[in-house]
Design a protein. Structure first.
Length: 184
């Protein structure tokens, strides 16, 4: 018998002073059976960093044609496509063709570094791609906050991200490996 997704609920209070975005979000997140707590929390971090009223979680690991998170306009066109992890370069090329902005939030310390070294030259050619890297220690700190029901406060100022729950807190800064190329 196949194991189903585990449902997590997160009350997320975001104060993003860099973007002047202040909002509370009541989120229901499905955790795929093969997904780690770290990956779940990195998806939640990505939501907080790129939060918008129309940002949605994709259908998850079992769906190849959707990102982890995305923003679509009223016509259904993808405005922002967000991938968590270490996606294949050909998949990112396809995503860049389907979306105005594509973001990768890479995590996993040594594996993320190897992934970047292997794909850097090809990814630098993608004008609408941003690649961010999570610091090595941050993944474990985020995973320690995971619970089936969470209340998280997120404050972002000068690119520094503070996350706090009832039981733990951490701060981190995402490292920019690639920024989108400015249009002329």
């Amino acid at each position: 018998m196949a194991t189903g997704a585990t449902i997590h609920r997160a009350d997320l209070s975001i104060a993003d002073m860099d973007r002047n975005y202040y909002a509370d979000h009541a989120l229901t997140i499905a955790r795929h059976p093969s997904e780690t707590e770290e990956r779940l929390m990195v998806r939640l971090l990505a939501f907080a960093v790129f939060a918008a009223d129309d940002l949605e979680f994709g259908r998850g690991l079992s769906t190849d044609d959707e990102p982890d998170l995305w923003r679509r306009d009223l016509t259904g066109l993808v405005q922002t496509w967000i991938e968590v992890g270490l996606p294949e370069e050909k998949w990112l090329r396809k995503a860049c063709g389907r979306s105005r902005q594509v973001v990768v939030l890479a995590y996993g310390a040594a594996k993320a570094e190897q992934w970047w070294k292997r794909n850097e030259q090809d990814l630098l050619r993608l004008d609408n791609l941003t690649v961010l890297s999570l610091p090595a220690a941050a993944g474990a700190a985020l995973a320690a906050m995971a619970a089936r029901s969470m209340r998280l406060n997120v404050t972002i100022q000068e690119s520094q991200v503070w996350l706090g729950s009832e039981s733990a807190e951490t701060s981190l800064q995402l490292h920019v490996l690639k920024a989108p190329r400015a249009s002329a």
